[in-house]
Design a protein around this ligand. Structure first.
Ligand code: AP5
Length: 212
C-alpha cells in the first residue's frame, strides 16, 4: 500500500509519517529528509538541491523523480512524505505505479491554517546529529537545546527562518495545492484537520488507513 501525505510545510506530515513507521510498519520516504542528508554529505544531488532548499523553492522535478524511482520499493507499505509536490511529479508517480501494476489509493491532506503552520515551523528544532524533530512548546527536549536521543545539538532549520517560511507557503499554494483538486476528483483524498494534537491526528489517520 502506498499512501501520500500532502500538505503545507510544518503541518505535521513528518511527525505522523514517523509514527506510521514505528506503529504500523510503514516505510517512511521523506524527500526532504533524503535531500537534507544529501546536502550534509555534499553529494552531487545535495549540491544541486541546496540552493533551492535554502530559498524555500522546489528542487527540479527531474531530480526528485529520479530520487523516488531509486527509493520506492517493489512491495510493502510506504508513506510518501513530501512527494508528489507538483502535477508533473504526480504524473510521474502514476507512471511508476502503473508500470508495477499498482495505483495510488489514498492521499491524506493535512489541512491547516497559516497561524498553526507558522507557530509549528518557528518553534521547530532538529538534532544536528541524528535529525530528531522537536518543538520548543509542543514537544520540548528534556534538556534545553540537547537531543534526548543522542545528545546532539538542536538547531533551527535554515528554511524555518521567517522570510523563507513565507516563500515556502507561497510555493505550496502555487505549485502543490493544484494536487488537492486532482486527487479529490479521483476520490482518493482524505482531508484531516492538522491542527489537532499529535495523538488525535494519528488516531484519525489510522482510522482512514484501516478502512477499505
Ligand atoms: P520538506 O522537509 O518536505 O519540508 P516541508 O514539506 O516544508 O515539510 P516540513 O518538514 O517543513 O514539515 P512537516 O509537515 O513534516 O512538519 P513536522 O512533522 O516536522 O522539504 C524541504 C525542502 O526540500 C523543500 O522546501 C524543497 O526545497 C525540497 N523538497 C522536498 N520534497 C520535494 C519535492 N517533492 N519536490 C521538490 N522539492 C522538494 O512538524 C513541524 C513542527 O510542528 C515540529 O516541531 C513538530 O514537533 C510540531 N508538530 C507536528 N505535529 C504537531 C501537532 N499535531 N501538534 C503540535 N505540534 C506539532
Amino acid at each position: 500500500m502506498i499512501v501520500v501525505f500532502l500538505g503545507p510545510p510544518g503541518a505535521g506530515k513528518g511527525t505522523q509519517a514517523k509514527l506510521l513507521s514505528e506503529r504500523m510498519g510503514f516505510l517512511h520516504l521523506s524527500t526532504g529528509d533524503i535531500l537534507r542528508d544529501a546536502v550534509k554529505k555534499q553529494t552531487p544531488l545535495g549540491m544541486k538541491a541546496k540552493e533551492y532548499m535554502d530559498r524555500g523553492e522546489l528542487v527540479p522535478d527531474s531530480l526528485i523523480v529520479e530520487l523516488i524511482e531509486n527509493y520506492l520499493p517493489e512491495e510493502g507499505k510506504v508513506v510518501l512524505d513530501g512527494f508528489p509536490r507538483t502535477v508533473a511529479q504526480a504524473e510521474a508517480l502514476d507512471d511508476m505505479l502503473n508500470s508495477k501494476g499498482k495505483e495510488l489509493k489514498k492521499v491524506i491532506l493535512f489541512d491547516s491554517p497559516d497561524e498553526v503552520i507558522i507557530d509549528r515551523l518557528s518553534g521547530r528544532r532538529v538534532c544536528s546529529s541524528c535529525g530528531a524533530v522537536y518543538h520548543i512548546r509542543y514537544n520540548p527536549p528534556k534538556k534545553d537545546g540537547v537531543c534526548d536521543l543522542c545528545g546532539g545539538a538542536l538547531v533551527q532549520r535554515e528554511d524555518d527562518k521567517e522570510q523563507v517560511i513565507k516563500n515556502r507557503l507561497e510555493v505550496y499554494r502555487r505549485q502543490t495545492e493544484p494536487l488537492i483538486d486532482l486527487y479529490q476528483r479521483r476520490g482518493i483524498l482524505f482531508r484531516m484537520d492538522a491542527s489537532m494534537n499529535v495523538e488525535e491526528l494519528f488516531y484519525e489517520i489510522e482510522r482512514v488507513l484501516k478502512v477499505c
